[in-house]
Design a protein around this ligand. Structure first.
Ligand code: F6R
Length: 358
């Protein structure tokens, strides 16, 4: 059941700290991540990692690509499965494929895996469902341990995917003997991120007020950011679109002025995600450019970068793991916008939980 929550989505948002702790228990022995050695050997042998997924899973893949490149120094790219199946880039000589699929049943992603198996390339499925189709058909499986996700809009599935990618990236980097991976204090990070998630969730009334004030009326909205914050912007916008029917775009903040800023009107909500030292100032100026055209500017900012009038301040964590925290306010804003409009949060129109047609 919903455990006293009005909707599964809110229950599942609330479960995220527990999922982080469960993943630590499952995948760590002391401070060392425990990952199948054969999987690590196959990954070590790869000259390029291709991450394949749809929707939210693709968004988690964008974050994972950064983790693999930083920890294991293997070129890694994330791809939309429905595109990759019919129009893929020229592949490297020794590819390794990672399928991100919470359900393990997504037809678009399976289409790619069928082709990968025909070529006898090694693959890993990261999924929430043991023995699902993509789990059975890939060479390796890693489980998300997130428990069943009933709400159509994925929340704990996304954060669990990123955590498992981080665990694998650290294990691989250590296997390859890189200091970046050895010094990546992932176990402690995941523990404090669980607490950080909880503190954001505990202030959920603030998000209800923000949603009602800024997001209940407008037809469109923007999430903006750079780098990893852009990746989260895509997921944040998808959450808002799918359950509250606000037309939202996740946008690379520097790209706005190259055309899209024309859409900013008086009252258009623009929410900037700011967690990275190198780009914080740039994203802030891009946000100001929208304000000069009348936008309602909101910010989701990592504590060490926060200024007095920031809207939402989130706890600090390792710069590669910020999506685990910065996505939580976006999930709550989407939830409360949908709730405020009286919509069926868990079962948005036109959508199914698992998409088994191409
Ligand atoms: C959105 C959402 C979807 C799924 C997508 C892929 O909240 O959950 O975008 O991520 O349909 O599904 P899986 O991960 O099961 O392959």
């Amino acid at each position: 059941g919903k455990g006293g929550y009005p909707f599964y989505m809110l229950k599942e948002i609330n479960e995220q700290p527990a999922v982080m702790r469960k993943l630590v228990q499952h995948y760590f022995n002391g401070d060392q991540p425990q990952v199948d050695e054969k999987l690590l050997a196959d990954l070590k042998n790869a000259d390029h990692i291709y991450i394949v997924g749809a929707g939210t899973s693709y968004h988690a893949g964008l974050v994972g690509a950064r983790l693999f490149e930083k920890m294991a120094k293997i070129p890694t790219t994330a791809h939309i499965s429905s595109e990759f199946a019919y129009e893929h880039p020229l592949l490297s000589k020794k590819p390794f494929f990672i399928f991100l699929t919470q359900s393990g049943e997504t037809a678009d992603s399976r289409e790619v895996l069928v082709h990968v198996n025909e070529q006898h390339w090694p693959s890993l499925t990261i999924t929430n469902v043991d023995k699902s189709t993509l789990s059975r058909e890939a060479t390796y499986t890693m489980l998300l341990d997130a428990g069943p996700e009933i709400a159509v809009a994925s929340t704990k599935g996304y954060t669990a995917q990123i955590a498992v990618e981080a665990i694998l990236a650290k294990a691989l980097g250590e296997y390859l003997n890189y200091d970046e991976a050895k010094n990546f204090d992932l176990k402690n990070q995941l523990g404090s991120i669980a607490n950080g998630m909880q503190s954001i969730i505990d202030s959920k009334d603030d998000f209800q007020a923000l949603a009602s004030h800024y997001l209940s009326q407008p037809r469109n909205a923007f999430y903006i950011g750079r780098g990893i914050d852009w990746s989260v912007s895509l997921e944040a916008a998808l959450k808002l679109k799918e359950i509250s029917y606000v037309q939202a775009e996740g946008f690379a903040s520097g790209e706005l002025k190259h055309g899209t800023i024309a859409l900013i009107e008086k009252g258009t909500p623009v929410i900037a995600i700011i967690t990275q030292d190198r780009t914080a100032g740039l994203t802030r100026s891009n946000l100001e450019e929208t304000q000069a055209r009348g936008s309602n500017a909101l910010t989701i900012v990592a504590r060490h970068l926060a200024k007095e009038d920031d809207t939402v301040v989130i706890p600090d964590c390792d710069p590669l793991l910020t999506p685990l925290l910065s996505v939580i306010p976006a999930q709550l804003l989407a939830y409360y916008t949908s709730l405020g409009k009286g919509l069926d949060v868990d079962k948005p129109r036109n959508l199914a939980k698992s998409v088994t047609v191409q």
